[in-house]
Design a protein around this ligand. Sequence first.
Ligand code: SAH
Length: 263
Amino acid sequence: MIFDIITIFPELLVSPLDEGIIRRARQENKVEIHTTNIRDYALDKHAMTDDRPFGGGEGMVMKPEPLQGAVAAVLAARGDAEVILMSPQGEPFTQQMAEELATMRHLVLVCGRYEGVDERFQRRHITREISIGDYILTGGELAAMVVVDAVTRLIPGVLGCAASAEKDTFSSGLLKHPQYTRPRDWEGMEVPEELLSGNHEQIKQYRFLAAVTRTLERRPAMFRKKSFTAAEIKLLKRHGLYQKIAALQNADNGNGNKETRCP
Ligand code: SAH
């Protein structure tokens, strides 16, 4: 998989792309990540990449020609791609979107700055707009880095343990269970007994119930999309959790969702 990041501040991305799992994935050629400086495609002698907005008002707007030059160059060098604009007005970025993007061959991530980018460039070249949340950043670089990070760890072979991504919060449809490591007793706080039992079935059940409890407390809306196996339903019933979840799911059905996940 190939990422091209188009930015006026490529230096900003050097260290985030050169540490930890992303660094290893690049070294092992699981992912190829390029940065391109928009300024290299500026047309005038001052290498201007932004200009004042037509109609007046504060701030600057990124000019279309240098952006177009940069996009054309990376497509010519590395082939067709989804050309994504990082933008607070885009589709909200989710784990599900990360999973979808991880199946693509080539992504171009365009980072805005200032007040944003000329609308005509967007109309001509952008195939998708992604927002990382309802807040405004000074530029698209950190947002692009969030997408690169979340997508790269889903590429097969990037995480040490293949199964670990599937059990993560959101991928499994539940928040992940609480986790503990040594020491067993830390300043009087002990690790739950069930995790020390060595009984794999008991540990699995404990973790499942802890994940359900945590999701009920913090993100009850996640149950709308969650389905359970017969064995899980039995376990939920035994621990008095089933009713609450069924109520959440049925409340949703009442709002037009015909599917029944808790029979
Ligand atoms: N004036 C614009 C915001 C510009 S912020 C508006 O009101 O919509 C400058 C740049 O930062 C944007 O072009 C975009 O690339 C990036 N950016 C800011 N917030 C972002 C977010 N939540 N998600 C993704 N990119 C964002």
